[in-house]
Design a protein around this ligand. Structure first.
Ligand SMILES: Cc1cc2nc3c(=O)[nH]c(=O)nc-3n(C[C@H](O)[C@H](O)[C@H](O)COP(=O)(O)OP(=O)(O)OC[C@H]3O[C@@H](n4cnc5c(N)ncnc54)[C@H](O)[C@@H]3O)c2cc1C
Length: 546
């Protein structure tokens, strides 16, 4: 029997759940020297394959955290193609083929262009590789305490703190007192449930099985070529095979009726004599849900605790990483004393619309996939004109519809905090924030587009932990009033002169105020007479909402 202890641990932020979102939050709070405790009820990181693709925006965020190259080193080799195929089996010729650049090719393309695109390309890395990596880095940060085998049981909050009861494998109940608590505790979030926040949308849409296989030789032997996704045009199960980062492991998704059936489906889809081992099978359920609120008082939810999407389009973890990076600097600023009351309140105002939007985009991606699958007919393998017509129709629809899954950079990186109370409002509607194609913009609320400077450095890499006032095109505009306002608020502001013409062309203005998370607060060619108001809005002391 374990003994109950009355130990009270004090921390600034208690993070519940060491999935990719909780870990990313811990990493960003850690680099801001915020004391935080990250608790995870499991004794080890995830063993199952779930996500496998960090999108370009997540990789930009990991670059800012200084870990992008470590993520790439642990993930799929940089020169591996990321192509997507539709075929009758892995040995048949493809019916459709969507080439997608390898990381090495995409990186070379980014280096050669200076058009305001993304600074980093995507990276395939299995969740069971990413989580232990993020954990090992978090454990090196002096202000971060990572505790696996420690479960949140309950919590209460008052106006100054949150008191949580946790249970560890090696002791009974323990109390952790924190200034703030963030539930990154996944779809069945204890934190969200204890706050009584309902999920809105469509739950329990469909059950699927996912199996993980080890098949060492397959990667080199697929006649149609190397890729990351292989869709098998065989209804009604529509097996879907995904390459994992080692190139020796593969997952299979299929609407199989039993675990045992998964090995048979895999074998049939390979259609070649090759040894493989099935390592695990699990069932998972598709949902399209978003929480009605992203928190209450001193308690917040992020990641799958706040939104659940269908993985088609890869907007699950990636949306959660965006939540973490929005919340992190606001927590740090509030704890440091310069963040005003609007700052933490703006987390829900900024991120919930993105959650809803990405649930919608995930639905569109899934609808696209169902679109080409609907063209399936049992004659798909027949060597007849009718069979050929079925194959041609599936291929044509695949070519159009599958792009709703693979070509949505605008959804991944073009999100904008429309109507945020801490973004300076600009008259007009602004560019379409839901455009699936990424169009660089500095409209307030948008992520700052990437620009190469004349010294070959990325402007993003020159931005520090606080706010930055960018002075572009060699402007001589007087910025002293804004600098003075930030000083009076004790809020960190760096000045960065970037005289390069290209930066001025892409950003379109002489002056840009950029937040710690790289979203634009304000832009103009000269400061207005009430620059103090811009500083007050940016730091959450004044709301733009009346
Ligand atoms: C088949 C599949 C494929 C996917 N592919 C992609 C993809 O390519 N790209 C993408 O972006 N997303 C993808 N996703 C979604 C992605 O896996 C999730 O969005 C992601 O895991 C969410 O991260 P999270 O940290 O919010 O939550 P989780 O990963 O669920 O982590 C929550 C953690 O909290 C812990 N926890 C729960 N309750 C407590 C408690 N009371 N106390 C302490 N700890 C607790 C859990 O043990 C868990 O470790 C996929 C999902 C599936 C199922």
């Amino acid at each position: 029997m374990t003994e109950s202890t009355n130990r009270v641990v004090e921390t600034q932020v208690l993070i519940v759940g060491a999935g990719p979102v909780g870990l990313t939050l811990a990493l960003d709070l850690g680099r801001r020297s915020v004391r935080c405790t990250l608790i995870e009820r499991s004794a080890t990181s995830i063993q199952l394959p779930k996500m496998e693709r960090c999108n370009a925006r997540t990789m930009e965020i990991y670059r800012r955290l200084g870990i992008a190259e470590r993520v790439r080193d642990a993930g799929l080799p940089r020169n591996a193609p990321m192509d997507v195929f539709l075929a009758l089996s892995l040995t048949d010729p493809p019916l459709a083929h969507l080439p997608c650049p390898s990381v090495a090719e995409a990186t070379a393309e980014i280096a050669a262009r200076n058009d305001g695109g993304l600074l980093e390309p995507y990276q395939l890395i299995s969740q069971y590789t990413l989580e232990p990596l993020l954990r090992s880095i978090a454990e090196t940060l002096p202000s971060v305490n990572v505790r696996f085998g420690c479960e949140l049981i309950s919590f209460t909050q008052d106006t100054s703190s949150v008191t949580a009861v946790v249970q560890s494998v090696d002791s009974a109940d323990e109390t952790i007192r924190a200034s703030y608590l963030v539930g990154c505790d996944g779809g069945s979030s204890t934190v969200r449930k204890q706050l009584g926040i309902p999920l809105q949308g469509e739950g329990n849409i469909r059950k699927l099985r996912q199996a993980l296989f080890r098949c060492d030789d397959l990667y080199e032997r697929i006649p149609m070529g190397k890729g990351r996704h292989y869709h098998i045009a065989e209804g009604p199960l529509f097996p879907f095979i995904i390459l994992q980062d080692s190139t020796r492991h593969w997952t299979l998704h299929a609407a199989a009726s039993s675990d045992g059936e998964m090995a048979e489906i895999f074998k049939k889809s390979l259609a070649m004599p090759i040894a493989f081992e099935m390592l695990s099978v699990n069932e998972w359920t598709q949902h399209l849900l978003c929480a009605e609120h992203y928190g209450e008082g001193r308690v917040f939810v992020a990641g799958d605790a706040a939104h659940l999407v269908i993985p088609t389009g890869g907007l699950g973890m990636n949306t959660g990483v965006g939540d973490a990076i929005d919340l992190s600097w606001k927590l740090a600023a509030t704890l440091a004393g310069w963040g005003g009351p609007q700052l933490l309140a703006s987390y829900e105002a900024e991120r919930r619309p993105i959650g809803l939007r990405n649930v919608k985009a995930s639905r569109a991606a899934m609808t696209g996939r169902l679109g080409w699958r609907a063209a399936y007919k049992p004659n798909v393998r027949d060597n007849t004109p009718e069979g050929a017509a079925t194959r041609a129709r599936m291929a044509a629809l695949f070519d159009i519809q599958q792009r709703k899954v693979t070509e949505i950079l605008g959804i991944e990186a073009g999100y904008r905090y429309v109507d945020s109370p801490i973004i300076w409002p600009e008259p007009g509607d602004g560019p379409d924030p839901d455009n699936p194609h990424y169009i660089p913009t500095t409209w307030p609320g948008a992520r700052l587009p990437h620009v190469w400077l004349s010294d070959g450095l990325a402007l993003h890499d020159r931005l520090g932990l606080g706010f930055t006032l960018l002075r572009l095109g060699g402007t001589h505009a007087d910025t002293s009033s804004l600098e003075q306002s930030f000083r009076e608020l004790h809020a960190p502001l760096d000045l960065l002169d970037a005289p390069a013409e290209r930066a001025r062309e892409i950003y379109q203005y002489d002056l840009l105020l950029v937040r710690p998370d790289l979203h634009v607060v304000w832009r103009g060619n000269k400061l207005p007479h009430d620059a103090a108001k811009i500083a007050a809005v940016a730091t959450g002391r004044l709301s733009t909402r009346v």
